[in-house]
Design a protein around this ligand. Sequence first.
Ligand code: PLP
Length: 405
Amino acid sequence: MNFVKENGRTIPVADKVFALSGRAQAAIAKKGKDAVINATVGALLDDNGDLVVMSSVVDAIKTLSPTDYAAYAPITGTPAFKEAVQKALFGKYEPSGHISVCVTPGGTGSITSVVANYSNVGDEVLTHDWCWANYRNICSQQGRKLRTFRFFDEDGAFDAADLEKELNALAKVQDQVVLMINTPAHNPTGYSLSLNDWGKLIAIVNDAPCKVVLFLDIAYIDYAGEEDEVRAFIPMLAGLGDNVLPIFGYSASKTLTAYGMRCGAIVCMAKTEEDAEEFRRASEYAARSTWSNCNRSAMTVMGKIYSDPELQAKVDEERRVYRDMLLERGRIFEQTLNENGVKCVPFSAGFFVTIACDDPAAVGQKLEEQDIFCLALAKGIRVSIASISKEKCVKCAEAIAKLLK
Ligand code: PLP
């Protein structure tokens, strides 16, 4: 009967990642986990294929009282949570301007909120061509379109010229553009903007003939490298012009390996108190009219961790071990590819590595025939190194290189 109204969306029969992951699970059930490489999962697994759960976070969860999960939370979040997010996000750096925080259900909620509040229905939202596929869905769900600039030029460098071209073209038809940049440890490539890239990006948005809402999706920041180094771009944001509003999308899913607790935040760094207050008002309204308030217990856990230096040190230390495990997998994967004569899309760290290729669907199919499950994107194959051991990284990289040569 077709009761559903598509409203410009293309609603698939099944979510591609979950369907692929289902086939990988079925292969594991039949052949055993050693015989299968399931590099589809966007969550951190240990070398045994078990979900990483941080014991220090679990200890904090165990101290929750019944009202911590039974009571409603304030729509924009509890005061302790808002403080915790600023500590988690900015680290040792002092942000400039007026900060306003609103809790969201995961980093996903922050993207939904920025699209709802800072673009018009029918607008185009700009991001890099390699991007998390859900960006497109979040835009179309709200009657917006996603437009892309080329992330890397022929030499594999950040393509600032194409960003400038696309931004200026969009400025001819929109007085304001939401520009979404996912860094550091970008999904799906693992690229982190260098400070030099940041300099170029800031100059471009400052010179744009329109207002720019610069949305920084930092979901993977805590897996990108040494804590201070990966946040070194933050002081540079003080150089943004009056036409630019920087807004961060933060994900506690990754930072605390607590994906199911659905906790994240949208954080505005406004030049004026008026813009910060406008952000608060709009974020509160968008939240109330979509998910309403968020998971209070997750907020309380964040508040407990970041107000207790000893507990925070424990969580940071535990995460560092997993972060280093992930960084090592990335190095080994890239090295194996290179030794076999294949290059990946510029990678520095994170959950994923991507290899550009012709006909990714066919390559994905051939890998699947060897019980190697990777996501076929429009322009390449995405490998979740977060979910496979070092040994499987080597095998997977070798198999991909063999197919591509
Ligand atoms: N941003 C990017 C680039 C992601 O890959 C993800 C999750 O995969 C998110 C944001 C949001 O994650 P969550 O909603 O689980 O915090």
